[in-house]
Structures are given as structure tokens and as C-alpha cells.
Design a protein around this ligand. Structure first.
Ligand code: TYM
Length: 325
């Protein structure tokens, strides 16, 4: 049975990009893969200046949103990364074996470094910690969005390098599991939906707040007037229909767009209904968890203990094989 692992940064809110690209898949995979591991990666979130109180709150909020989205702590192991400090021990070991050039070639590093005056080593070494997150559980399937593909490649290289020196076959080479919604664009239709770009739609936003964002969202740029026929294949709103609307609605929307039967605003109203149908139950569950925060803390405590036992077992073998114990 493949072992599933994935992680998410506690960077504020769960948005429809990381929900559709990853977390929704986590919920599906927990049914077929009991013991799937899902981690709020707080060590990854401290590679810049931050406020400890804000980090603590965001870590809790992210765990609460993941539970509200449908991750079930009786099926999956949900935990916070710093509850398992062995991740950082394995990351150090992998750091000693990772060529600097490979880290410098990572596109996420290059993008982030370009926006900073002083670049911290943690930003460069970030994907090494990510490899340790996955491999410490000897996980071989990683449900993520497309933007993580390069980091996953580095995880495979890391596993191969360690195995060649210390034990063939010990670490698996983790494969990326993508969803059809592997890259959700922001409502500007220009760039990936991302918290750092401020173009997100939050999973827990009200229907009204979401409508205010959908209404001005960019559609097929060639469609200037309502009477112009549109092309759903180049329309970001249509790509969201594919994620949120029933299949027969998608087909109807495409026909109405191509024939100019509907204007873009009509199409957006139907999308808003689909979004509301999917997100309203999630919002309800978040409200229940807010009324009972102990349920979140309990889930994390249980998950942290289960994850740590697994990680310690791997580290015992790693130390042994490396002459460290
Ligand atoms: P993070 O926190 O940026 O994003 C969490 C997950 O959401 C996916 N995602 C998207 N998918 C589709 N469209 C989008 N616009 C979009 N935005 C985000 C991401 O691909 C990711 O799957 N480095 C990771 C966290 C991490 C991790 C790991 C993941 C740390 N260790 C080990 C997997 C395994 C990150 O920053 O994800």
C-alpha cells in the first residue's frame, strides 16, 4: 500500500488554489490510504521575518481549515511539523549530501530570492527540508499542485543519493500526485493563485465576499461585448466551472459561451452557485470547530504522537546505517 504524505504552509488562509490543487485530493486519498500523513509545515514558514504569536495562530487556523475541508483525524494523520523535530535532523543529513547548484536552480528559490535584499540560507535549503518531510515516513506518493513538481524531483534525487551510499532501496522515490486542477490561476487570470500575490479566494469567505471577487474577474479577453461569442478554453472562469460545477452544467456553460447565449456575468452567477454548494458545508464545519477548538488541538496532539513514532523508527535506522549510533 503506497504511503501518502503532503504538507501545506501555515500562511494565513486555505484558498481555492491549494484546496483544489492539493487538500481536496488529501480528503479523497484518506479513504483509500488509511494513515495518510498531512502536515502543517511551520518550520518551512520561518524562512523570513515573522511574529511568533501570528505564526502560532496561523498554524492552528490552517489545521482547523484542513479539518473543515474534510480531512478526518480518524483516517489520516494530521500534525504540525515542529511536533516531530526529527524532520530537521534528517534535513541536516540531506544537506550534507545536496549539491549547492541543485538548490540554486530551484525556480521557487530564484523567484523568492529575487524579491529579497538579504537571502537567508533557510530559503535556499527549504527543498532539502521538504525532502526530509516526505522521506522520513518513506512516503512514495505526494499529492500536491504543479508548482511543487521541481521540489519533488529534488526529493527523488536525494533519496537516490542517500540510498547509493547507505542502503539501496531504503528510501522510495516519491511520485507527485496531481489533480486536474493542478494550477489554479488568480482571478486576474494572469498568475497562479497565491497568498503572496494577494489574488486568492479564501475557502471560508462568505458567498457575498466571493461574489464581489468573481464579478470583476477576467474572462476570455477577446470577448468584448455580450454579443461576441466566447471561447471557454481560454477563460479562467470556465476553468473554475470545471472544478466547481456539475459536468452537465459545464457543458451547458460552454455552449452558452460559444453561442453568446449568456453574457459573462450570467456564467459567473452559475459558477457562484457551484462554489457556494461546495464551500458552504466547509464553512459550517469550520464554525463548529471554532466553537470547540479543543477538537483541533486533540487531533493535532494525536497526529503528532503517531507521526513522531514513525519518524523516530526511520531515524533509528538512518543513524545506524550512517554510523551515527
Ligand atoms: P504551499 O503551502 O504553497 O501550498 C500547499 C499546496 O497547495 C498547492 N497549491 C496550488 N495548487 C493549484 N493551484 C494553485 N494556485 C496552488 N497554490 C498552492 C501546492 O502545490 C501545495 O501542494 N513547499 C510546500 C509545502 C511542503 C510540502 C512538503 C508539500 C513542505 N513540505 C512535503 C508536500 C510534501 C508549499 O509551500 O506548499
Amino acid at each position: 500500500m503506497p504511503q501518502i504524505f503532503s504538507g501545506i504552509q501555515p500562511s494565513g488562509e486555505l484558498h481555492i488554489g491549494n484546496y483544489l490543487g492539493a487538500v481536496k485530493n488529501w480528503v479523497a486519498l484518506q479513504e483509500t490510504h488509511p494513515g495518510a500523513l498531512y502536515c502543517v509545515v511551520n518550520y518551512h514558514a520561518i524562512t523570513g521575518v515573522y511574529d511568533p504569536a501570528v505564526l502560532r495562530q496561523r498554524t492552528f487556523d490552517m489545521a482547523r481549515s484542513i479539518l473543515a475541508a474534510g480531512v478526518d483525524p480518524d483516517r489520516a494523520i494530521l500534525f504540525v511539523q515542529s511536533a516531530v523535530p526529527e524532520h530537521t535532523e534528517l534535513a541536516w543529513i540531506f544537506n550534507t549530501m545536496t549539491p549547492l547548484g541543485e538548490l540554486e536552480r530551484q525556480t521557487q528559490y530564484k523567484d523568492k530570492a529575487a524579491r529579497q535584499e538579504s537571502i537567508l540560507a533557510g530559503l535556499l535549503n527549504y527543498p532539502v527540508l521538504q525532502a526530509a518531510d516526505i522521506l522520513i515516513y518513506r512516503a512514495d506518493r505526494v499529492p500536491v499542485g504543479e508548482d511543487q513538481a521541481q521540489h519533488l524531483e529534488l526529493s527523488r534525487d536525494t533519496a537516490r543519493r542517500w540510498n547509493a551510499r547507505f542502503g539501496e532501496g531504503f528510501f522510495p522515490e516519491p511520485q507527485t500526485l496531481l489533480t486536474p486542477a493542478r494550477r489554479i490561476m488568480g482571478l486576474d487570470g494572469q498568475s497562479k493563485m497565491s497568498k503572496s500575490l494577494g489574488n486568492t479566494v479564501g475557502l471560508l469567505e462568505s458567498d457575498e465576499a466571493i461574489w464581489q471577487k468573481l464579478r470583476p474577474a477576467v474572462t476570455d479577453p477577446a470577448r468584448q461585448r455580450k454579443t461576441d461569442p466566447g471561447n471557454p478554453d481560454v477563460c479562467n472562469i470556465y476553468s473554475l466551472h470545471k472544478a466547481f460545477s456539475p459536468v452537465d452544467t459545464q457543458a451547458h456553460v460552454a455552449t452558452q459561451c460559444r453561442s453568446a447565449g449568456w453574457g459573462c456575468i450570467d456564467c459567473k452567477k452559475v459558477l457562484a452557485d457551484g462554489v457556494s454548494a461546495e464551500l458552504t458545508p466547509i464553512r459550517r464545519r469550520a464554525e463548529l470547530l471554532d466553537a470547540e477548538p479543543a477538537r483541533v488541538h486533540d487531533a493535532l496532539a494525536t497526529g503528532g504522537a503517531r507521526a513522531r513514532a514513525l519518524a523516530q523508527a526511520t531515524m533509528g535506522e538512518v543513524r545506524e546505517r550512517m554510523g551515527l549510533s
